[in-house]
Design a protein around this ligand. Structure first.
Ligand SMILES: Nc1ncnc2c1ncn2[C@@H]1O[C@H](COP(=O)(O)OP(=O)(O)O)[C@@H](O)[C@H]1O
Ligand SMILES: [Mg+2]
Length: 321
């Protein structure tokens, strides 16, 4: 295991919202230590309720935001931390994003193939003919024909089709890893499995890894090799996806799985604003889950549970798991 798919060390991101006098601090990432090593391509799922810090982690990895402290590496690219260099073309070709809403990822005033050509030229640095071939191939691997895409604007596609175009765009640079933040949540439920299956075939065909961020435990179970469960800016459980989802050890992972009768349904996205008590949880010194936890004891209120390594290699951040 020599390839570092992802490694974050003491990664922190603090947001301050509100004015100088009355402000709230949110530790959107709170000492996140996540390491995935693999010589084979892997799909790592990041799951957790809304507000757990998943998008913040994705944005740090994509270098869209800087963390408050700590470091992160993806496939040999230092993306945060001391010694960080300006964004380079090598990074752009190694780490590619797919966003939640494909209609926001493309401007509605330009035909989508303009983006594909731009990616081929600027990021993969192909000449015109090579670029056209790469685009054709990328579109074919997502089940689309160049003729059916050329000259079309985003509104001429369905959400599912346009998300396929974004997947094709992300493939053109031949990335080591694709960071997909809730890529199927805006897509019609009946088409989700198509996109998810597409990720599996891309992983095999192109040897591309994925960081797959989702609310949907069913698709996470179906495609992931590893899974990290987040709660209020911390990882609570990390390990092989099947092991974690079949036999969860952290009380929060258990709660998530219990709140759905089978691993087939998606849990409700909590869109409502967090109450004051909940925003306090982000700053808890001890375990952030303690107020909701059936196992909580005194120690949980002042001591952050360390990663307890289990026989199967998983890490469970709980004093009592
Ligand atoms: N730009 C921002 N400014 C202030 N707070 C933010 C910002 N982005 C995210 N947050 C807060 O950080 C926490 C984690 O958010 P996010 O990473 O989007 O979580 P998730 O993707 O798991 O829903 C949330 O409480 C969110 O409100
Ligand atoms: Mg998010």
């Amino acid at each position: 295991m020599t390839n570092t798919v992802i490694r974050t060390e003491q990664l922190n991101k603090v947001y301050r919202i509100g004015g100088l006098i009355r402000h709230v601090q949110i530790n959107a990432l709170d000492d996140v230590n996540l390491t995935v090593m693999s010589d084979e391509p892997v799909i790592v799922s990041l799951v957790g309720e809304s507000g757990s810090g998943k998008t913040t982690l994705a944005k740090v990895i994509l270098r869209l935001i800087e963390p408050t402290s700590g470091s992160a590496v993806v496939y040999d690219h230092l993306v945060a931390g001391p010694g960080i260099k300006p964004v380079r073309q090598q990074f752009l070709s190694a780490v590619q994003p797919i966003f939640q809403n494909p209609f926001e990822a493309f401007s509605s005033y330009r035909p989508v193939d303009a983006y594909l050509r731009l990616t081929a030229r600027r990021i993969r640095q192909l000449d015109r003919d090579e670029g056209e071939n790469a685009i054709k191939e990328a579109l074919a691997s997502v089940g689309l024909k160049y003729e059916d895409v050329r000259g079309k604007y985003p509104n001429q596609f369905s959400g599912g089709e346009l998300q396929r175009v974004s997947v094709a765009r992300a493939l053109i640079p031949r990335p080591d890893i694709i960071i997909a933040d809730e890529p199927v949540s805006m897509i019609d439920a009946s088409l989700r499995m198509n996109v998810v299956n597409l990720f599996l075939s891309i992983k095999e065909q192109y040897k591309t890894s994925f960081l797959y961020i989702t609310h949907d435990l069913a698709t996470a179970y179906y495609i992931s090799d590893y899974i990290a469960v987040m709660y209020r800016g911390t990882i609570v459980e990390f390990g092989k996806a099947r092991a974690v989802l079949r036999d969860p050890q952290h009380p929060y992972t258990r709660l998530l799985l219990d709140s759905i009768p089978e691993v087939k349904k998606k849990w409700e996205q909590k869109q409502i604003a967090l109450s004051d008590i909940e925003t306090k949880e982000y700053r808890f010194a001890g375990c952030k889950f303690r107020n909701r936890c059936p196992l909580a004891q005194e120690v949980c209120s002042h001591q952050r549970p360390p990663a307890v390594k289990q026989a199967d290699g998983r890490e469970v951040y709980c004093h009592f798991a």
